[in-house]
Write a protein that binds this ligand. Structure first.
Ligand SMILES: Nc1ncnc2c1ncn2[C@@H]1O[C@H](COP(=O)(O)OP(=O)(O)OP(=O)(O)O)[C@@H](O)[C@H]1O
Ligand SMILES: [Mg+2]
Length: 329
């Protein structure tokens, strides 16, 4: 059964069109000119209880606006938003106790308080029973490693620590549904993996429904079964992650950084597309070449400092889906 339904939802922002100079500033005051930005255009989708859904799109696609509509921060210009049988905006008071929200770009922790004090305040605000609180703290300490910095002020935390604390704060009251807007933004691979593992655990073990936005295709591939892609406010794709991966093509790049100046030899099944003394880039087909095979071949031959697999960017995936749709029309 769908617990979240967005039907033909639209959100248009009206902004004042600024005019330059002193006379412009006066005009802005007395006869302001407005411009409408259609951030979300007739988007419809439904999410079932227990699903973990990725929501991706390039900058300015309308992801955060959609999350704000779903969390009741914004009212839709038209269309309908129904979550957990409630209208997020109208039933805000009843609604917020049942959901968790993380905005990766902005912390919800009290900046000048130790993280543990924020947790304690949230416990009181949401009326979390002591047993639930203790059980959750133990689990969060365990998987997110909060114990190392729980007594530090929020403003002293590193980005990765802050994000982990924010995610824990959003889950303290056992919400049924969690919205995460860019929970891995700016984090290194280790921190990203920790957060991905935690989200998967909460979804699998507790059946918490999750909708998370990201720019990172790997976030989607590692955590979600289903993914929704939007661009310029409109829905482009709603389906399986593997379906999206096949649309994005199977070519990948392996970037190799060397410890010493190196001249590479060709490796069969790959194409050497870029080479300078300390770095080489091999392009290969993921369908016909196993990544671990290629990595071990390269590692055997050369003195390696680092290796990275480059996935296609969300921008290139969106472009591919868009041109496939145009071709069908
Ligand atoms: N408060 C606002 N007032 C006016 N326009 C806004 C406002 N918030 C967002 N927009 C505009 O709406 C569009 C969608 O923005 P939104 O923040 O939803 O995109 P996004 O997909 O979250 O992008 P990003 O990946 O950069 O976070 C953009 O064109 C943006 O400039
Ligand atoms: Mg955003």
């Amino acid at each position: 059964m769908a617990i979240l339904e967005l039907t033909e939802a639209c959100k248009t922002y009206r902004i004042v069109q600024r005019q330059d100079g002193i006379s412009g500033a006066l005009k802005n005051l007395f006869v302001p000119r407005y411009r409408d930005i259609q951030a979300v255009k007739r988007i419809s989708f439904a999410i079932e209880a227990g699903e973990m859904v990725g929501f991706i799109g390039p900058n300015g696609a309308g992801k955060s606006t959609t999350i704000k509509l779903l969390t009741g921060v914004l009212v839709p210009t038209s269309g309908r938003v129904q979550v957990l049988g409630l209208s997020p905006f109208k039933d805000r008071k009843r609604y917020v106790g049942r959901i968790g929200v993380v905005f990766g770009q902005r912390t919800q922790l009290w900046w000048d308080l130790p993280v543990s004090d924020t947790f304690d305040l949230l416990r009181k605000i949401y009326g979390v029973p002591p047993q639930t609180y203790r059980r959750n703290l133990e689990l969060f300490d365990d998987i997110l490693g909060l114990a190392d910095f729980r007594h530090q002020l929020a403003r002293q935390l590193s980005l990765g620590q802050r994000m982990r604390a924010d995610i824990a704060a959003a889950l303290l009251h056992d919400p049924e549904l969690v919205f995460l807007d860019e929970p891995t933004i700016g984090l290194d691979i280790v921190a990203k993996d920790k957060i991905r593992g935690f989200m998967q655990h909460i979804n699998a073990e507790r059946g918490v429904t999750m909708l998370l936005t990201s720019h990172d295709m790997q976030d989607m591939e590692r955590t979600c079964q289903r993914v929704i892609v939007i661009d310029k406010g409109a829905l482009l794709y709603d389906g399986s992650v593997s379906g999206l991966a096949s649309l994005s093509g199977s070519r990948r790049s392996l970037i190799v950084d060397f410890n010493v100046h190196t001249r590479c030899e060709p490796i069969s099944g790959t194409e050497l597309i870029q080479e300078n003394a300390l770095r080489a880039r091999f392009s290969f087909d993921r369908g016909s070449m196993q990544v671990h095979e290629l990595v071990s071949q390269v590692a055997k031959k050369y003195d390696i400092a680092d290796m990275t697999i480059e996935e296609p960017s969300i921008e290139s995936v969106v472009k591919t889906i868009f041109s496939a749709q145009q071709a069908r029309l």
